[in-house]
Design a protein around this ligand. Sequence first.
Ligand code: ADP
Length: 546
Amino acid sequence: MRGLMQEWPLLCHTIIDHAARNHPDRRIATRSVEGPIVSTTYGAVRQRALKVAQRLAGMSIRAGDRVGTLAWNTARHMEVWYGITGVGAIYHTVNPRLFHDQITYIINHAEDRLLFLDLNFVEQVEKLAETLKTVEAFIVLTDRENMPDTSLKNAICYEDWVTGADGDFAWVEVDENAGCGICYTSGTTGHPKGVVYSHRSNVLHALSVNMADFFGCSVKDVVMPVVPMFHANGWSLAFSAPMAGSEMVMPGRNLDGESLCSLINEFGVTMSAGVPTVWLGLQHYLQETGKKMPSLRRLVIGGSAVPFSSIRFFEEEQDAHVLHAWGMTEMSPIGTFGSLKPEYAALPREERYAVQTKQGHSLYTVEMKITDDDGNRLPWDGKTFGRLKCKGPAVAKAYFKGEGGEVLDAEGFFDTGDVATIDENGYMNITDRAKDVIKSGGEWISSIELENLAVGHPDVAEAAVIGLHHPKWDERPLLVIVAKDGKSPAKEDILGFMTDKVAKWWLPDDIVFVDEIPPTATGKIQKTELRKQFADYTLPTVDGPR
Ligand code: ADP
């Protein structure tokens, strides 16, 4: 017998419809790319998204067509997303920090028919325009007053384009399993691969990640998505926050500590989310200025492992609860959150922070397992580590155009490429990316753990650990450090700080100081670059004892 409930397809436009119906006047403030802070509401965003959809239909954009966006987090970018999905087309977020040939590759691979771009990317795109084979027109996200002269073919001024439509349009109803968004993996090895989200996966993921132990967005929240919408589906915040009716603050292009602190305090931001490097920048700014952010209640940090020292700083100095999140583009993207189960509530502070450094327990929509190299399941004992694999309605089952071939195991699980433990309480802890783990004498050393320890030293701004070849042990760790401005810590001092905090044989064989650690396009440590940089480096231990 079938159930007798209504079939109400889980389509993205239902989210903005809901927000506009129930929270029409809730504010979305944006630090615009042009400069000033501007405000709009869910009611207005829906109305303009309908106009975007109407205009797109008028340009013969049809269900399944891909439309690129190269833009920061702004209300405009959000209404463009809803407009694209509302006509049944597929938003393709392009990361402006990618190399030019990667941008060309992914736009051509996705066959984007149009490209929406922020004002400050016009020059960059002019240089690439010739190589973009499928793009028919470029829509610059600005008004007439700020519209630049440009050599881009069929350049359109967004505000003229959108305000010229009357909005008398009905959303195009597609199947809930139809694609609605594409995000490419960053492709640190090989070409980037396209992950295709469906309406259903986006809606389910947004619902799931909104539960109280995860984002927990509510009508009382002021949510500031710092993670850019072009990084891993914007961590779903463009769906989760409107779904909950939260007020939003969109930070635009300025993600430095001062800009973020001033937005948080001006708008009373209660919850924000982004990668550790951005929050380290904010942390340093707050430490230097002694400023406080009294409104901030929850700080979601993910994308790479959160240093213990950041957890302690935000919890103790800013009274903000740090939620450590793990996920990946292929998972829509959130998989786990380190929110504290009651088992840990009574722990002394430092022990609680140690639990919070784990990546945490999974969302309802994510099933996890760890396996050995032969695919056998390993126990959840917090000690045994293995390949982390996931399954669920918002986890990829293949890449766009079949790149990468079959990606699921016999039980339908996706291999995340991470190595992890899972403990008795279901807390997953990433040991490392499979390709970054340091294999020393048949044992594994977690580069993440060493990095987190090193940044806890008061003079260290950033740290990265890579494995270098060692004739006796296979690989040994090299610690690469960027010192804080004006500081020049001694190697012995840093090693002394790390001693006793990890097993002795984990300690790096050497430390080098650099001015900069190369970041990836998503703000993580670019280990491939570091490995190249130190390819010829000889560890001082090569001829001596470990
Ligand atoms: P990119 O390749 O651009 O970093 P993703 O955002 O998809 O793209 O990266 C996903 C990977 O980032 C994960 O597989 C994992 O290795 C790493 N990662 C994400 N969150 C965390 C975290 N909280 N702790 C450690 N590693 C993380």
